[in-house]
Design a protein around this ligand. Structure first.
Ligand code: NDP
Ligand code: GDR
Length: 357
């Protein structure tokens, strides 16, 4: 590819935004990220790749903007003239979307429409193609209609977040069909990492394990332990996003591992890894139940395998252990495999990352 290729990301400060930025920088892209102004810094996940904009070889640029602010989105697109846009920005917490439905839908649903409109106008005016990736979610499948879930399984969203993602999905399809845009929907199943937000269940568990070992926490309060998810590793999943935009034709793809596990199983693996019994620490707090739950998600990634050549590389157990190790190290504890001198999580990530072309 040309060294001048430019990508614009919403959600650059999030879990996926940080991994995708790393991937794109490795591939020689100039990366532009939209960040929100906040009273405290929110760039922890990308500080290690951020460079002083005054340096001549800077490849990562940040722009203030918000998915609720269409004018600014337009301005940024005009200024950056991207080849690819990845729309990762969202109020992405399902439980919180029941508490803040209007903001969630404005960001996730209307935000997508604002971005697509700005992109369409830019492309029509300049004649420059901009490829678009929409961060769709397995939450759109919601109440089980069929298992495993594929690109053709009907949606049945069960939260304000999921309803907004369904809206964004269909707007993306409509813009592709109406205006001939190169627009793709990734339907990504849960993906986790040491950079996962601390209130999502996997990270909440691995962080608690480390804190319990360190003597900083006695109990872990959780909600529904029976929910089953198809959990993969975020660093694998951002590669699929990029691959979608490198194809000849735009399309929609399920990205998943093809395995499902319950929250209880994640607890078993994580606690057992440090030699503890989860039943001694976990208590149920109904505040973490959802008004409507998604009980079972299991994706069929056959299309992504066949058409993108994409496959997940990290297993469920390894994922849990990578996350526990990282949280142990963050507290200065020896990791469960006894390696105190090196950053095991980073080492493993480096090994996995090295197989990228
Ligand atoms: P995160 O919650 O880690 O990151 C969300 C990002 O969106 C953050 O950068 C956040 O900024 C930004 N954001 C929030 N509100 C706005 C707004 N109003 N305007 C602009 N940016 C905003 O999510 P993930 O990285 O895990 O997920 C990335 C995308 O993929 C999301 O759209 C999510 O819904 C979707 N998805 C995620 C899956 C997963 O398992 N991780 C699975 C399927 C889909 P700030 O840092 O300032 O809060
Ligand atoms: P999810 O992820 O809702 O699938 O959405 P989350 O980790 O929040 O929940 C997974 C399952 O665990 C159950 N659970 C708990 N969840 C949280 N957060 N906290 C708890 O204490 C707890 N106890 C049990 C939940 O009920 C649920 O069944 C994630 C987000 O990243 C979305 O943005 C994304 O679209 C989907 O994954 C795919």
């Amino acid at each position: 590819m040309s060294a001048q290729k430019k990508a614009l990301l919403t959600g650059v400060t999030g879990q996926d935004g940080s991994y995708l930025s790393e991937l794109l920088l490795e591939k020689g892209y100039e990366v532009h990220g939209i960040i929100r102004r906040t009273s405290t810094f929110n760039t922890d996940r990308i500080n290690h790749i951020y460079q002083d904009p005054h340096l001549s070889d800077t490849k990562l640029f940040l722009h203030y903007g918000d998915l609720t602010d269409g004018t600014t989105l337009r301005k940024i697109i005009e200024q950056v003239e991207p080849d690819e846009i990845y729309n990762l920005g969202a109020q992405s917490h399902v439980r919180v979307s029941f508490d803040a439905p209007e903001f969630t839908v404005d960001t996730v649903g209307m935000g997508t429409l604002r971005l697509l409109e700005a992109l369409r106008d830019f492309q029509q005016r300049t004649g420059q193609e901009v490829r678009y990736y929409q961060a769709g979610s397995s939450e759109m499948f919601g109440l089980v209609q069929a298992v495993p879930q594929t690109e053709t399984t009907p949606f049945y969203p069960r939260s304000p977040y999921a309803c907004a993602k369904v809206y964004a999905h269909w707007q993306t399809v409509n813009y592709r069909e109406s205006y001939d845009l190169f627009a793709c929907n990734g339907i990504l199943f849960n993906h986790e990492s040491p950079r996962r937000g601390e209130t999502f269940v996997t990270r909440k568990i691995t962080r608690a394990i480390a804190r319990i070992v360190a003597g900083k926490q006695k109990k872990l309060y959780l909600g529904n332990l029976d929910a089953k998810r198809d959990w993969g590793y975020a660093k694998d999943y951002v590669e699929a996003m990029w691959l979608m935009l490198q194809q000849e034709k735009p399309d929609d793809y399920v990205v998943a591992t093809g395995e499902t596990h319950s929250v209880r199983e994640f607890l078993e693996v994580g606690f057992e890894y440090v030699g503890l019994n989860w039943q001694d620490y976990v208590e149920i707090d109904p505040r973490y139940f959802r008004p409507a739950e998604v009980e079972l998600l299991l994706g069929d990634p056959t299309k992504a395998k066949q058409q993108l050549g994409w496959e997940p590389k990290v297993t469920f157990r390894d994922l849990a252990c990578i996350m526990v190790d990282a949280d142990m190290q963050a507290l200065g504890l020896p990791t469960a495999n006894g390696n105190t001198s090196k950053d095991v999580a980073t080492l493993r990530e480096a090994t996995i990352g090295s197989s990228w072309g």
